[in-house]
Write a new protein. Structure first.
Ligand SMILES: Cc1ncc(COP(=O)(O)O)c(C=O)c1O
Length: 370
């Protein structure tokens, strides 16, 4: 297996549904890809502009102010208070890190990379690129000998599955038994909505209640794409086990994956401001509060989705049938089969359309029974 053997990019299969939805007289409501639509906050744009004199090579490890901002953010927002700058590393985007982590860890044929059963597809892609074997398994008891890297995603894309402190602690114990790296992709952690996540923060894998006092083998992976509307900046980072962070840094220095200096400055400023994150969350809340009951009124059941950026919906029929019916209402969703073999009857609806378009989708859904 090599990069040449990757399948066609799956989103190409959605094009006919986009064309069908675009024929709706009141226009398309695109809830498919999950690309932020709200403006990048002014203070972050100013920070980027301040840093455009970038004549020197940027630091692969990150500027001191960025590394300190990441450490302070984990302490303030994630309840992880004992990190030092040796535990953190900025990355160029999270997708790139997810895709490259098996490469950067030196994995290859014979190694197993575990990922969730219903999953962001890039975990599997990263495994396949190095010839490792991807394995979909959620229960730590099913994680096998030979697993070298285990991905969890909390809150999950697409299904919003969110791991409790107790579940994370059990995952840590199992990963350590196996000697595997446990990487927790946490980029939707600020978006808790229902159940316990309405009142308590989504825990990080680095939470002291989870780690048993040691960060060995553990990585938390984060992205500013969604919480700060920075998807175009490719602004992300990881934190955790100092040994692994050090190894990744060495590999990255050789490969030249240096986050651009202006982006590093913008990230440090973004991480220091919680107000814009809270304001963005309220926009997503308004959209979610309109869309969820409208989907239910139209005959969909929402599964999981108690946190995160998506509604994971099923009408009990083949996902592509739901895609078609939604397209006839001018609504474009993401098909469940893109997220693995266990989601053939689900569709994913992202909260990333302008509020006025989401309200329009809700009106259309409320006027029909699928
Ligand atoms: C679970 C998950 N991880 C990682 C990413 C990638 O984020 P980034 O924009 O930083 O590449 C996404 C983006 O949608 C995601 O859903």
């Amino acid at each position: 297996m090599s990069v040449h053997d990757l399948a066609d990019y799956p989103w190409d299969a959605v094009v006919p549904y986009r064309e069908r939805a675009a024929q709706h007289p009141q226009g398309l409501v695109d809830l498919s890809v999950g690309s932020p639509v709200d403006p990048t906050p002014e203070l972050i744009r100013r920070a980027l502009a301040e840093a455009t004199d970038a004549h020197a090579y940027p630091q692969t490890v990150g500027t001191p102010s960025l590394r300190e901002a990441i450490v302070a953010w984990y302490a303030r927002r994630r309840g992880v208070e004992d990190l030092t700058t040796d535990n953190v590393l900025p990355t160029i985007g999270s997708k790139e890190l997810v895709a490259l982590l098996p490469t950067l860890l030196g994995l290859g044929e014979g190694d197993i990379v575990v990922h969730p059963r219903v999953a962001y597809p890039t975990y599997e892609v990263g495994a396949r690129v190095v010839g490792a074997t991807p394995l979909a398994a959620d229960d730590p008891a099913e994680w096998p000998e030979g697993a070298k890297l285990i991905w969890i995603n909390t809150p999950g894309n697409p299904d919003g599955r969110t791991w409790t402190v107790e579940e994370l602690a059990a995952a840590v114990v199992r990963a350590r038994e196996l000697g595997a790296v446990l990487a927790s992709d946490e980029c939707y952690a600020e978006l808790g909505w229902d159940g316990r996540w309405a009142s308590e923060p989504v825990p990080s894998i680095l939470d002291p209640r989870v780690t048993g006092g040691s960060r060995a083998n553990l990585l938390s992976v984060y992205s500013l794409s969604k919480q700060s509307n920075l998807a175009g900046y490719r602004a992300a980072f990881l934190a955790g086990c100092a040994r692994i962070v050090g190894d990744l840094l060495t590999a990255r220095k050789h490969l030249g994956l240096m986050p651009p200096a202006p982006v590093q400055h913008a990230m440090a400023v973004a991480l220091g401001d919680d107000e814009h994150v809270a304001a963005q969350k309220e926009l997503y809340r308004e959209r979610r509060d309109a869309l969820r009951p409208a989907l239910e009124a139209a005959g969909f059941r929402i599964d999981g989705s108690e946190a995160g950026l998506y509604l994971w919906a099923t009408a009990g029929e083949d996902a592509w049938a739901s895609m078609g019916r939604l397209a006839d209402l001018g609504i474009l969703a993401g098909p469940g089969p893109f997220y693995g073999a266990h989601s053939g009857k689900h569709v994913r609806l992202a909260l990333t359309a302008p509020t006025e378009r989401v309200l329009e989708a809700a009106r259309r859904l409320q006027s029909v029974t699928l």
